[in-house]
Write a protein that binds this ligand. Sequence first.
Ligand code: BGC
Length: 490
Amino acid sequence: MVESEDFKSKITVYVVVCWILAAFGGLMFGYDIGISGGVTAMDDFLIKFFPEVYKRKLHAREDNYCKYDNQILQLFTSSLYLAALFASFVASKVCTKFGRKPTILVASSFFLAGAGISSGALNIWMLIIGRILLGIGVGFGNEAVPLFLSEIAPVQHRGAVNILFQLFVTIGIFLANLVNYGTAKLHPHGWRVSLALAGVPAIFLFIGSIVITETPTSLIERGNEVAGHKALKKIRGVEDVNAEYEQIKLASDIARQVKHPFKELMKRSSMPPLIIGVLLQVFQQFTGINAIMFYAPVLFQTVGFKNDASLLSSVITGTVNVLSTLVSIYAVDKVGRRKLLLQACVQMFISQSTIGGMLLVHLKATSNTLTTTQAGFVVFLVCLFVMAFAWSWGPLGWLIPSETFPLETRTAGFAFAVSSNMFFTFLIAQAFLSMMCHMRGYIFFFFAGWILVMGLFALFLLPETKGVPIDVMVERVWKKHPVWKRFMDD
Ligand code: BGC
C-alpha cells in the first residue's frame, strides 16, 4: 500500500492563495453567525420589525431571563440554517457532478443576493427572504469548502489546512461583532450597514471561486485524468506526483462504479463515517456554542451589562475564538484529533456548569442583576468555554467528516454532516431564548450534560485520523477500529 510518506509536495504560493480564497466561504458563514445577535439587540431594528419585543425590552425589569423571547425574532436568526440544511443536499449533487469549484461560485452568488436583499429590507418578509438566500449560500459553501480544503491539502498538513475554514469562521464572527459595535451608534440605519457588509467577503469568495483550481480528486473522478494530473502537479509544486495520483485514481475508479451515492451511504459499511460525521456535528452544537455566539450580546445584557458593554464583551469572546483556533491549526497534525477533543470536554464542562451555578445563585428572575465582579467572572468563564471549543469541537466538527468518507460517498456523507450541523444550529437558535426563559440558569447544566456524553463518545468511538491519506481511510482506519471494523465488509 502507498504510504503517505511517499507523497511529495512543496507549499507553493499558488496553493496558499487557493486555501485562503476558498476559506472566505468560512468568513461568510462566520459573519452571518456573528451579525444577527448584535442586530437583534439594536433598538432601531426592533422598533422597525419587532415593536412588541422592543416594548418588552423597555420593561426589562419584569423578567431578566425572558425579555427577548419571541418566536419571529428567533426565526430571523434561524431561517438561515433551515435553508442551509436543504441546500447542502443539492450542493452535494452539484459538487459531485460539476466539481467543488463551481459549487463555491454558486455559494458566493447566493451570498451576494442575500446580503443585498436583507440590508435593503422594507418589511419582515424581505428580511427573512434575505436570510434564506444567505442560508442557501451557507449550504453550498459549507459543503464545498471543507471538502475542497481537505482534498487539496498535503496529507501531513491536512488538519491545519482544513482548519483555515474554521479560522475564517471565527474571523467572520469577530468582524461581525466589531461592525455591530460601530453600527449600533448609527441611527436609524446601522443595522442595514451591518447586513450589507456581508457583501464584502462574498465578493472575495466570488473572485476566489474563479481563481482557485478544481481539486485533482474531483477532476479525476469526473474523468478528466490529464487535467487532474496537471492540477496535482501544480498544487504539490513537484513533478513526481505519481504515487498520490495512483491512489486518487484507484479511489476514483471505485467511486465511478457507484451510481447512487446516497443509497450507497445507507449500506452497513458506510455507517462508521456517517455516524461519526453526524454525531460530531450534533455534539458540536450541543456544547452550547451558538447560544453564546448568537446571543452573547443578549446574554451579557441579561447578566447586567449595558448595551455597549455587552457588545464589547462579545468582541472579547470573538478575539478569544480567533486566537484559540490558531492553537488548533498548530496542534491538530501534531497531537492529533482525539486529544484535542477530550481535553476540551473537560474545560467546557467546568465552564458551562460554573456559569449555570453562578446564574442560579446570583441572578433572580425579577430582582437584581449580577454585580460588576460577578458579571466579569461570567465573561471570563464564557471565554474559557469559547477557547476550548475553538481548538477542538469547532474545527474538528468540520475537519473529521470531510476526511473520513471514501470518495464514492464523500459529498453525500458530508452533506449529512453539514445538514446535521444546520439542523441543530437552527434548533438552538430557535429555542435558546425560550429555553433560557423557562430553564433559567439550568440551561447551562443542560449543555454540560451533553459535554459529558460527547467526551465518552470521543473516548470510545472516535478513531484517530491524523496523518492518514484521505483515500485510504477505509483500510487504515475503519477496518482496524475495534468497534467499527464489525461494520466493514471485505
Ligand atoms: C460552528 C458554528 C459556531 C462557530 C463558532 C463553527 O464550527 O459550526 O456553529 O458558531 O464554530 O466559532
